[in-house]
Design a protein around this ligand. Structure first.
Ligand SMILES: O=P(O)(O)OC[C@H]1O[C@H](OP(=O)(O)OP(=O)(O)O)[C@H](O)[C@@H]1O
Ligand SMILES: Nc1nc2[nH]cnc2c(=O)[nH]1
Length: 183
C-alpha cells in the first residue's frame, strides 16, 4: 500500500556534486514534480510515526523541509515554523551554522518560545550537520524536542539523540538502493 516513496527513490537520478553522489528526488528537491499521492503517503507515514502528544510547533528548515512541514501541519493542525536561510533580525532570532556533505551556510531560527514542545522533521539526513545545528538552536531557546523524524536517512547518521526515519537508503554513482523501511 505504501510503495510510492520506495519505488520513486529506486528510480531517481544521481548527479555529482564534487565527490558527493547527490540523489535527486521530489521529496528532497521538489523536482521534477511533487505528486500529491507521494506527498500524502509521506504525510500519513509521518503522522503514524511521530509522537505528537502536547506538541505546540512543527519545526522545519528551508527549503526542502517546507512542503513536508506544510503537509504535516495541515493534517495535525499544529503550527509550523520554518528555519530560514535569510536573517530577519526579529527579537530572539538565533543564527545557526549549517554544514552538509556538500555545502556550508547560515540558518536563522525564529518562532519558538522557552518551554514549548516541538517536533523537528526534515527531508534527508546525510552527515546530520543540519539537524545538529537545528537541535542546538532549539536547546538554546529552552524548548523541548519531543521527536525528530527524517523521511530519507542516507546511511549511518548520528545526530546525538534518537530519531525516526521512514526509509534508509544507500547511494552510489549508479543509483539509490532502499536498505530499510519503517512501514
Ligand atoms: O545531513 P546533512 O548532511 O546536513 O544534509 C541534509 C540537509 O541537506 C539538505 O538541505 P540543503 O542545505 O541542501 O538545502 P535545501 O533544503 O535548500 O535543498 C536537506 O534538506 C537537509 O536539510
Ligand atoms: N536531494 C538530496 N538532498 C540531500 N541532502 C543531503 N544529501 C542529499 C542528496 O544526496 N540529495
Amino acid at each position: 500500500m505504501f510503495n510510492k516513496l520506495t519505488e520513486s527513490l529506486e528510480k531517481c537520478p544521481i548527479v555529482k556534486r564534487g565527490e558527493y553522489n547527490y540523489f535527486i528526488h521530489p521529496v528532497s528537491d521538489g523536482v521534477p514534480i511533487v505528486e500529491p499521492s507521494l506527498l500524502r503517503e509521506v504525510a500519513v507515514l509521518m503522522v503514524k510515526s511521530l509522537d505528537l502528544e502536547g506538541v505546540t510547533k512543527i519545526v522545519v528548515a528551508e527549503a526542502m523541509g517546507i512542503h513536508i512541514g506544510v503537509a504535516l501541519s495541515l493534517m495535525t493542525d499544529i503550527p509550523l515554523t520554518i528555519i530560514r536561510k535569510r536573517e530577519y533580525q526579529l527579537e530572539g532570532e538565533i543564527a545557526l551554522h549549517q554544514t552538509t556533505g556538500y555545502s556550508k551556510g547560515e540558518l536563522y531560527l525564529n518562532g519558538i518560545e522557552k518551554g514549548e514542545k516541538v517536533v523537528v522533521i526534515d527531508d534527508v539526513f546525510s552527515t546530520g550537520g543540519t539537524m545538529k545545528a537545528i537541535l542546538k538552536g532549539i536547546a538554546e531557546k529552552g524548548a523541548e524536542v519531543s521527536d525528530v523524524l527524517v523521511v530519507i536517512k542516507r546511511g549511518e547518521c548520528d545526530i546525538g539523540r534518537p530519531y525516526k526515519y521512514l526509509v534508509e537508503i544507500e547511494v552510489t554513482g549508479d543509483g539509490v538502493r532502499v536498505t530499510d523501511t519503517k512501514f
